[in-house]
Design a protein around this ligand. Structure first.
Ligand code: ATP
Length: 217
């Protein structure tokens, strides 16, 4: 589903934070990527999500080479990937209600009406309902906002879900609830998962295999 080959990436070409790293996730497989803070996990996750252009290396999705990143990423490839970040407040438009936030990818692709029922079902699946859905990000907790971000990531039924420290800011019960939603989604749709984090126990429970981010590479 995802093949990263010899990726070198970062924020200045003279000192990349990821060097010559290769990793693959098979269709339907769950892979954990473990490493200490600052080692480059998020940078690699952003490359895999087509949000950050690497300096070198190739990315393939379902066997197809990725030809562009960020706004140049082909829509057909971008919509195959759902992403949830560590900090929901940086990933959520503060002007949108949670209801509109969840439906955002559908409206962006002109499928708002068609997917309204699916958006409502996902809101329910992540435990959001009633009056909460009318609130905006600053009126809800981090956990409630992250629930909405997960529902949004699943709306277009991605074949690959990338969770970058999705539960790092959350308490144990919200963590368990969101992990269960991802597991149910994967069971139902056979989607692959790349989960980035620093909690070996959680990743071990969640993933088919866990890779240690190679130090210095
Ligand atoms: N936008 C940026 N501009 C410059 N440097 C950055 C930027 N984002 C991250 N970095 C640096 O790149 C390195 C890797 O950061 P990254 O966020 O990928 O690490 P991480 O392993 O995900 O860390 P954490 O677990 O703390 O989220 C760090 O040294 C960080 O300071």
């Amino acid at each position: 589903m995802l093949e990263l080959s010899h990726i070198t990436a970062g924020y200045t070409p003279r000192a990349p934070v990821v060097t010559d790293l290769s990793l693959s996730v098979a269709d339907g497989e769950a892979v954990g990527l473990l490493g200490p803070s600052g080692c480059g996990k998020s940078t690699l996750a952003r490359v895999a999500a087509l949000l950050h252009r690497p300096y070198a290396g190739d990315v393939r999705l379902a066997g197809e080479p990725v030809t562009g990143f960020r706004f140049r990423a082909p829509r057909a490839q971008r919509t195959r990937i759902g992403v949830v970040f560590q900090q929901p407040r940086l990933a959520a438009d503060p002007r949108l209600s949670l209801r509109d936030l969840i439906a955002e990818p559908a409206r962006a692709t002109g499928r708002g009406a068609e997917l309204a029922g699916r958006a409502a079902a996902l809101a329910d699946a992540v435990g959001l309902g009633g009056e909460l859905l009318g609130r905006r990000p600053h009126e809800v907790s981090d956990g409630q906002l992250q629930r909405a971000c997960l529902a949004r990531a699943l709306l277009l039924r991605p074949r690959l879900l990338i969770c970058d420290e999705m539960t790092a800011m959350l308490d144990a019960s919200t963590t368990a609830a969101l992990v269960a939603v991802v597991e149910d989604y994967r069971r139902e749709h056979g989607a692959a998962l790349l989960a980035v984090g620093h909690d070996r126990v959680l990743l071990g429970r969640w993933c088919d295999r866990v890779l240690d981010f190679p130090a210095g590479r």
